[in-house]
Design a protein around this ligand. Structure first.
Ligand code: KG4
Ligand code: ZN
Length: 359
């Protein structure tokens, strides 16, 4: 059964067709990065307007790329949570209208769950082979711009969150650090690029790895602040009457060398923080057969390399999505939608858009 997936939770308008299992027939993503660049973050109103302009052309393009017409579709899956409400509503309305007019089943998909499913996807049109079923139970990690969470996955549809960030998501920290360093958004790829430049010293700064109160929690705000102080200088403490004034040196000039050293040291600390929590999760609950990682930050080569070493050391299989399915896309929505459909799950056309994840 051919499934159309639609994704519009943040600043990507995407549509994709899968074969009802993990094979991707087409995947189209229209990013809005240029529209939000001058504001240093996603502006919700601009995002929803752009989704409204693009959603139908993107769906048409995905069908054309797969050589299909709407009548060929067997079901429609739409990301309905979490995300910006105005943005979600655009994709959701388009998907409902299409499913209703075609008389085919409709399912809503949790975007975070879909990220955990992305490692199953493959596109024969790009020469990719079926990576096969996941061996359960799996330890799941979602690292994106909005989430940094760990999951115990008994199987595709039995997933329990066992840890989450107490403050920022790791992708958000990459984005903030990029803007401190005067690099473009989205910040993750930009930080990765300068951190990988010749001569970058990842040990130039000893940035802290945040400790969250929860044993499997994450915290990235302290790391972000440490980078801020290194870049902008520490704030001058207020003078306390009767005590000698404490002066701090202002931060040195932000030369290209310093930018790449800060970026490399930050990236090292961020990846170490993530891997440390994976180690803790495995210590607390041994027996995971697979490590599944999804979300935009799983496109980071350093994280991918360290995850590989970690999985090897713990005799776990590692499942990472192809790079283009790490960041937001609709193939993962169609893919996980198919899992729900296969289990007999359907949603009514009054399914709401929700800002929070269910998992
Ligand atoms: O999954 P995603 O596309 O959207 C959300 O669901 O949030 O993740 C976007 C996040 C952004 O913070 C972006 O900077 C980060 O993923 N990202 C990366 C890389 N590519 C994207 N972070 C580090 N290294 C990368 N190569
Ligand atoms: Zn995402």
């Amino acid at each position: 059964m051919l499934v159309l997936g639609i994704e519009s939770s943040c600043d990507e308008t995407a549509a994709a067709v899968t074969d009802g299992e993990a094979r991707v027939l087409s995947s189209v993503v229209a990013t809005q990065h240029d529209l939000h660049a001058e504001y240093g973050g996603v502006v919700p109103e601009i995002a929803s307007r752009a989704h409204a302009e693009r959603v139908l052309p993107v769906i048409t393009k995905a069908l054309e790329a797969a050589g299909l017409s709407p009548a060929d579709l067997g079901a429609v899956a739409v990301g309905n949570r979490p995300g910006l409400i105005g943005s979600l509503l655009v994709g959701l309305s388009a998907g409902k209208a299409l499913a209703w007019s075609l008389g085919v089943p409709f399912v809503g998909v949790d975007h975070v769950r879909a990220h955990l499913h992305a490692c199953r996807l493959y596109e024969p049109g790009r020469g990719e082979a079926d990576p096969g079923e996941i061996e359960w139970p799996a330890l799941g990690l979602v690292v994106s711009g909005g989430h940094t969470s760990l999951y115990r996955m008994e199987h595709d549809r039995k997933v329990e969150r066992i840890g989450a960030t107490a403050d920022d998501a790791v992708g958000e920290a990459f984005d903030k650090v990029a803007s401190m360093l005067g690099l473009p958004q989205p910040g993750g790829p930009a930080v990765e690029r300068v951190a990988g430049e010749d001569g970058a010293d990842e040990r130039a700064f000893d940035f802290p790895i945040g400790k969250a109160a929860h044993e499997l929690g994450f915290s990235f705000s302290g790391l972000k602040t440490a980078v801020l102080y290194e870049v902008k200088g520490r704030p001058q403490p207020r003078k306390v009457p009767g005590k000698p004034e404490v002066r701090h040196e202002p931060a040195p000039e932000l030369t290209p060398e310093r930018v790449r050293d800060v970026a490399a040291s930050f990236q090292r600390a961020a990846v170490r923080a993530v891997v440390k929590r994976l180690a803790k999760a495995v210590r607390l609950h041994p027996g995971y057969k697979t490590l599944v990682i999804g979300g935009g930050v799983s496109a980071n080569r350093r994280l991918r390399a360290h995850a590989e070493t970690f999985a090897d050391e713990h005799a776990m299989a590692l499942r990472l999505a192809p790079m283009r399915f790490c960041v937001d896309n609709a193939a993962m929505i169609a893919g996980f939608g198919a899992v729900r459909l296969e289990a007999g799950q359907r949603d009514e056309l009054d399914l709401p858009a929700l800002p929070t994840t269910a998992c």
